[in-house]
Ligand binder design. Structure first.
Ligand code: NAD
Length: 354
């Protein structure tokens, strides 16, 4: 398993070190890994004047999977847009054709108190959001700014999906549903948008191929409402780039703990980039208090989705459940009666639990 390791900025290197520690610990049980690191984001800019240096992109292309920490920080905020760390992330997604973003929102029973919603609404929550990542209004042309005939400034963007783009992401949605509870909810705005009308037609057509999956459709405004009203009605949700951007953030916060949630971004062959959903948390960088569990859980997703090695994924996930059950917490999920650990100590606890 050849893995490119892009630790990035802020807390990135601290949390990545813990994930690597866990993967290396599995090496004792026969997991064979080739890990190679490269600078990315602000670190890429510092080393090579580019958030996605050529050496980093080359390594990412050659590897079977990419593990990312997080990028960005105040030091880089004044840079021109092409040099900003976040551009490195957009470029690597595009360059590797990573069109499918999988974001689980899973609530661990021990952390039910961390959610802002009532325990009875969220306990047992386990949703997977499948978001399209390389199309839609974020990439559609034409886009720009102009002055209209009345002399007023305007901004405009284009929502756009080709049928093949819809098919490939919705296939990922159905396949994901097959591996879980066989329920797929497709989210669109078919009552208003032409793009959504095509989306719904394509999804409905594909649904005939998957009679085992219970397919439903929901307007995005209703989906936002249902996510906070009764989130447990969902198993897998599939949607476009912009709707998925918004809904996946809302869904992740139902669990109350940004430091716990992993993500995968996949290409058509299963190659993937794995990263925690949170950013580089400059406010806590270098203090050994960041939660490394989202990054550790991202490595479990990598075992499952790129390497098809469920046994290693399950071992990592079981170890994380175990440390939570043992009462170990980092500062972001700490409650009275539990034991607070630093970043490194949490990594050690997961290794011990393995
Ligand atoms: P953030 O996710 O970095 O932090 C939000 C809050 O959550 C902060 O209070 C932070 O301390 C806390 N937090 C985040 N991760 C944590 C963890 N693992 N353990 C404990 N607490 C954690 O979001 P932000 O503050 O809006 O952005 C900071 C920088 O990160 C910006 O430069 C932004 O552009 C970048 N960013 C990068 C990514 C990415 O790399 N994928 C994603 C989002 C934001």
């Amino acid at each position: 398993m050849k893995i490119a390791v892009l630790a990035g900025d802020g807390i990135g290197p601290e949390i990545m070190a813990q994930a690597l520690k866990v993967l290396r610990a599995l090496g004792k049980d026969g997991l064979k890994l080739e890990l190679e690191e490269a600078p990315f984001g602000g670190a890429g800019y510092d080393a090579h004047g580019d958030p996605l240096p050529d050496v980093t992109l080359k390594l990412a292309r050659e590897a079977e999977a990419v593990m990312c920490g997080s990028v960005g920080g105040p030091k880089y905020d004044a840079l021109p847009r092409p040099q900003r760390p976040e551009q490195g992330l957009l470029r690597i997604r595009k360059a590797l054709g990573l069109f499918a973003n999988l974001r689980p929102a899973l609530l661990y029973p021990e952390l039910v108190g961390a959610s802002t919603l009532k325990p009875e609404v969220v306990s047992g929550l386990d949703i997977m959001i499948v978001r399209e990542l390389t199309g839609d209004i974020y990439f559609g042309e034409p886009r720009g700014r102009r002055t209209n005939a009345a002399g007023e400034r305007e901004g405009y963007d284009t929502m756009h999906y080709a049928e093949s783009e819809i098919v490939r992401i919705v296939e990922v949605g159905f396949q994901t549903a097959l591996k879980r509870n066989k329920k797929l909810c497709s989210v669109d705005k078919e009552n208003v948008l032409e793009t959504s009308r095509l989306w719904r037609e394509v999804v409905t057509g594909l649904g005939k191929k998957y009679p085992q999956v219970e397919l439903s459709h929901m307007y995005v405004d209703n989906a936002a409402m249902q996510l906070v009203r009764n989130p447990k009605q969902f198993d897998v949700m599939v949607t476009g780039n912009m709707f998925g951007d918004i809904l996946s953030d809302a869904a992740s916060m139902l669990t109350g703990s940004i430091g716990m949630l992993p993500s995968a971004s996949l290409d058509a062959t299963g190659k993937g980039l794995y990263e925690p959903i949170h950013g580089s948390a400059p406010d806590i960088a270098g203090k050994n208090i960041a939660n490394p569990l989202a990054t550790i859980l991202s490595s479990a997703m990598m075992m499952r989705y790129t390497f098809n090695q469920d046994k290693w994924a399950q071992r990592i996930e079981a170890a994380v459940k175990r440390v939570l059950a043992q009462g170990y917490r980092t500062a972001d999920i700490y409650e009275a009666g539990t034991q607070k650990l630093g970043t490194q100590e949490m990594g050690d606890a997961v290794v011990a639990a393995l």
